[in-house]
Design a protein around this ligand. Structure first.
Ligand code: ADP
Length: 486
């Protein structure tokens, strides 16, 4: 099975969120299962060195007023195809946003180009390699099914994965001419979304199969509360929609070998976590106090993540003796709110605004619990890292959080299956009670330790999910199914 992945980010090269982790991990697992996967990515500056070591497999000519080429290279266990178009992708800073924090004004060209070249490789191949299926991820690859539809016969089947439906890639209708999207596709059944050109809408309307990153989010997406305007389309296509749970890369996220920890450990040497905790305390300016739980947050600071709720209940967390180490960046009101809280509760609340991969590992390796009070969460990865590192997740009952954390109710504690605290409704009160429950559980060291061990045993890799992708690709390419039935 040969599959072309098309995405806008991929760990460890370029990452702004969970999408990158998934794109960096799944192809490796699928290769072990016998598939051949190539990942098409824009050649951002972060990939400059990798690009240099690659081989040009196609000259693409002019692509929106600049020369472009396709470069193949194997790196970090991944077969990469890099879209080298310096006028579109060789610019400093955030891959989506300019210096003032606004979307790059030409994002429609940048990711329209990624989609167009994705469709070209799907149709013509790269070198001697030609995919059986093309797998587009999020809105940045959303126009691929539209280009394939325009190409007509001979196009391979396509699948679109929704990693977060909040980001839809909506642009002025007029840009469709520059992007070569014909009027016949600019319809309610195609790429049009309330008078605009919708990249994700186009993908979801015109692809063969749709997946998202957890079974619960797949169900939630069919409702107005979570579907963000696309619920009607998804309802109409519900037979083609499925939820395949994300996993984590167990080599990169392994407390027994993690180079970013002060001390590595396993479930049999939990005491060793103490040194990581001490390092966290020192980095975040927290007063050492082993008798109370150390909570952490590693997150984009946005409303989605429910961190305004955390700000609201922070006084209660501190009153209860808890401490918080928060690493994140995002909305300026939340950044300011947490910085103020760190001043007000100096010693109990430590805040580092920024993005720091190594520090995110340390937080998982030394905190007691990780807070993820998201209003919606397609899958969520930080709770999975928490589970693997024995940093018990306290999470909202939504999306992948609900699918991956076993709440510490009496039955789960008794049967030693509990791995965290799951709460609803997702309100300040709900979060307050969840933190209270976590503190109560922490006060019973035996129960807490048993939960930590249960968490560290819990399967969070790709063993369960990767075969589901393969099965889906198989179904899509089998004669008489998938593409032929639509
Ligand atoms: P999302 O993709 O919605 O941001 P996920 O939980 O799926 O949320 O993935 C977030 C990923 O980004 C995780 O790997 C997390 O560790 C990482 N991350 C988020 N914020 C930071 C930060 N400030 N510093 C380092 N890593 C971060």
């Amino acid at each position: 099975m040969k599959v072309l992945y098309v995405a806008s980010e991929c760990a460890p090269f370029v990452k702004t969120g969970g999408l990158a982790d998934v794109i960096g991990a799944v192809p490796k697992v699928l290769e072990q299962l016998g598939a051949s996967i190539k990942v098409l990515l824009p050649a951002y500056p972060a990939l400059a060195k990798v690009l240099k070591g690659g081989k040009t497999v196609a000259q693409l000519g002019d692509l929106h007023s600049g020369n472009a080429r396709l470069v193949a290279v194997r790196k970090e266990g991944l077969d990469l195809l890099l879209l080298d178009a310096p006028h579109l992708f060789d610019r400093p800073g955030n891959i989506y946003l300019d210096d003032s924090g606004r979307d790059w004004a030409d994002n429609h060209l940048r990711f329209g180009a990624l989609s167009a070249i994705g469709a070209k490789v799907a149709l013509e191949g790269a070198g001697r390699w030609k995919p059986d299926v093309v797998h587009a991820h999020d809105w940045q690859a959303g126009l691929i099914p539209a280009y394939l539809r325009q190409a007509g016969k001979g196009a391979p089947p396509s699948i679109v994965t929704i990693h977060n439906i909040a980001f839809q890639g909506l642009f002025d209708a007029s840009v469709r001419h520059t992007l070569g999207i014909g009027d016949e596709l600019f319809t309610y059944e195609g790429a049009e979304y309330y008078g605009k050109l919708g990249f994700l809408k186009a993908g979801l309307a015109l692809c063969d199969k749709i997946t998202t990153v957890s079974p619960t989010y797949a169900r939630e997406l069919l409702t107005p509360k979570f579907g963000m305007g696309l619920e009607g389309l998804l309802q109409a296509r519900s037979d083609d929609l499925s939820g395949i749970l994300n996993g984590i890369d167990p080599d990169i996220w392994n407390p027994a070998t993690d180079p970013d920890l002060v001390t590595t450990y396993s479930s049999r040497s939990l005491k060793r976590r103490g040194k990581n905790r001490t390092e966290i305390e020192s980095r975040f300016g927290l007063t050492p106090y082993p008798g109370a739980p150390l909570f952490c947050v590693v997150s984009r600071l946005t409303r989605q993540k429910g961190l305004d709720l955390l700000l609201e209940v922070l006084p209660d967390l501190v009153e209860r003796g808890g401490r918080l180490a928060l690493l994140g960046s995002g909305d300026s009101d939340l950044e300011t709110g947490f910085k103020d809280a760190a001043d007000r509760y100096a010693g109990s609340v430590g805040v580092i605004i920024g993005y720091d991969e190594a520090l995110s590992h340390l937080l998982q390796g030394g905190s007691d619990a990780i807070l993820v009070p998201s209003r919606f969460e397609p899958c969520g990865l930080t709770q999975l890292y928490g589970v693997r590192y024995g940093t018990l997740p306290v999470v909202a009952r939504t999306g992948g959080l609900a699918d991956t954390v076993v709440d510490a109710d009496n039955a789960a504690i008794k049967s030693r299956r509990a791995t965290g605290v799951v709460f609803d409704p997702v309100t300040a009160d709900g979060l307050r009670q969840a933190i209270q429950r976590a503190c109560d559980l922490f006060d019973k060291p035996e129960t807490w330790r048993s939960m930590v061990r249960a968490a560290m045993r819990y399967p969070v890799g790709w063993d369960g999910s990767a075969p589901q992708y393969l099965e889906l690709y198989d179904r899509m390419t089998r004669p008489g199914t998938g593409k032929e039935t639509r």
